[in-house]
Design a binder for this molecule. Structure first.
Ligand code: ZN
Ligand code: ZN
Length: 161
């Protein structure tokens, strides 16, 4: 598919233009991902396309390799009976989340306009040191791909290629 500014939409042949996606969320319980100001190519219909074939994979990698690591997280322990320990002091975290927090990242694909991606997750407060954190970093990385796909689908963004 040849997707670009002024190119015909592969579905309706209407001209494509650079647009900004309305804010779009995807849920993969208990995570919610929200794209704000995400750049796309779109016809008038609108049929929407990624601004580059590599964008979905790039976004996933940028989050998993970089941004998710900035969210404070606990450590998963136990093979059979799983529990989660504070990433700061090692105390076992309470079973119930204290609240839901949103962590926001600013990203941009190549020369296209920057956008924000919000990751909203339950956070657990350590009863010893007060640190607020996600239960587990690997758990976040596991939830993110599905949450992103739900957001893309909600926006009618088709798989590239
Ligand atoms: Zn179209
Ligand atoms: Zn702690």
């Amino acid at each position: 598919m040849d997707i670009g500014e002024g190119k015909p939409c592969p579905l309706c042949e209407g001209p494509l233009a650079s647009r900004t996606l309305p804010d779009t969320s995807g849920d993969e319980s208990p995570m919610r991902v929200t794209l704000r100001g995400f750049p796309v190519f779109s016809c008038a219909a609108p049929h929407r396309y990624f601004v580059g074939q590599q964008v979905p994979i790039w976004l996933l990698n940028a989050m998993v390799d970089g941004e998710l690591g900035k969210i404070p997280a606990g450590v998963e322990k136990g093979l059979l009976f799983r529990k989660y320990a504070c990433g700061g002091c090692g105390t076992v975290l309470p079973a119930a989340a204290a609240e839901t927090l949103t962590y926001s990242s600013a990203l941009a694909w190549k020369e296209t306009p920057g956008f924000a991606i919000d990751v909203t997750i339950p956070v657990y407060r350590c009863e010893s040191c007060g640190r607020e954190q996600a239960r587990s970093g690997p758990e976040l990385a596991k939830l993110l791909p599905a949450a992103l796909v739900h957001a893309f689908k909600a926006a009618g963004l088709k798989a590239p290629g």
